[in-house]
Design a protein around this ligand. Structure first.
Ligand code: ADP
Length: 217
């Protein structure tokens, strides 16, 4: 069931009254699916929020919150390399790294996902518009890389919210706004699933759509 097919996208200038209206419309935006899955319909595409392990996802691609060397690390990066097997690191070695805010694609090897899109989020050192732009860019470039490969379903972790220290609430808002804007312009991507590792991250993402004001509400 589709609650809203059109969104105004990010409304950065909403005042207190509109925020209240946005909160009222939250229940209309989020569709609670049971099994802990929350769906947001964007035209013919879907954004899902779920708690889980990204290495287990059956989307065509999963996104890795990598570092600039692409040579493996801790957190979600370590988990993806362990699950994909050593062939993933071998392919990553051929790529020569990745800039912050950019993304590159490899095969998924032993994962269910056919591809891994490796992106590098910014390290958080306090509120800064350029840091926010780099986080937006990490999500947008990941989806551009997916489009170029004709990938139709992508699972993201909460980029930069672990070792890189980005506050969850702010990161969730940037993530969701960037993905929703992208899907409005590129309906070829049918599913974006945010796979949040713990309850706290899931709750931050469930609150983030408050800034997405449905048109005409
Ligand atoms: P970054 O360096 O970009 O902060 P981290 O891997 O340290 O990357 O953390 C990013 C997010 O990924 C954190 O919210 C962390 O809890 C989460 N995470 C860690 N392991 C997994 C996993 N297997 N699946 C999904 N998310 C994970």
């Amino acid at each position: 069931m589709i609650f809203h097919e059109h969104y105004t996208g990010i409304n950065e200038k909403h005042g207190p009254t509109e925020v209240t209206e946005a909160r009222k419309s939250l229940d209309k935006i989020l569709e609670w699916q049971g099994d802990g899955i929350v769906e947001i319909k964007i035209g013919s595409s879907v954004v899902e929020l779920t708690q889980g392990d990204i290495t287990q996802q059956d989307t065509e691609a999963i996104v890795n919150a990598a570092n600039r060397t692409l040579l493996g690390g801790g957190g979600v990066d370590g988990a993806i390399h362990r699950a994909a097997g050593p062939e993933l690191l071998a392919e990553c070695r051929t790529l020569g790294g990745c800039d912050t805010g950019d993304a590159v694609v490899t095969r998924g090897y032993r994962l269910k996902a056919k591809y891994v899109i490796h992106t590098v989020g910014p390290v958080y050192r306090g509120p800064d518009p350029s840091t926010e732009r780099l986080l937006e860019s990490a999500y947008r470039r990941s989806l551009e890389v997916a489009l170029a490969k004709e990938i139709r379903s992508v699972a993201f972790p909460a980029i930069s919210t672990g070792a890189y220290g980005y506050p969850l609430g702010e990161a969730a808002s940037v993530a969701l706004h960037t993905v929703v804007d992208f899907l409005q312009a590129h309906p070829e991507i049918k599913l974006v699933r945010f796979v949040l590792f713990d309850q706290r991250a899931l709750e931050a993402f469930e609150k983030a759509p408050e800034g997405l004001i449905p048109a005409g509400s």
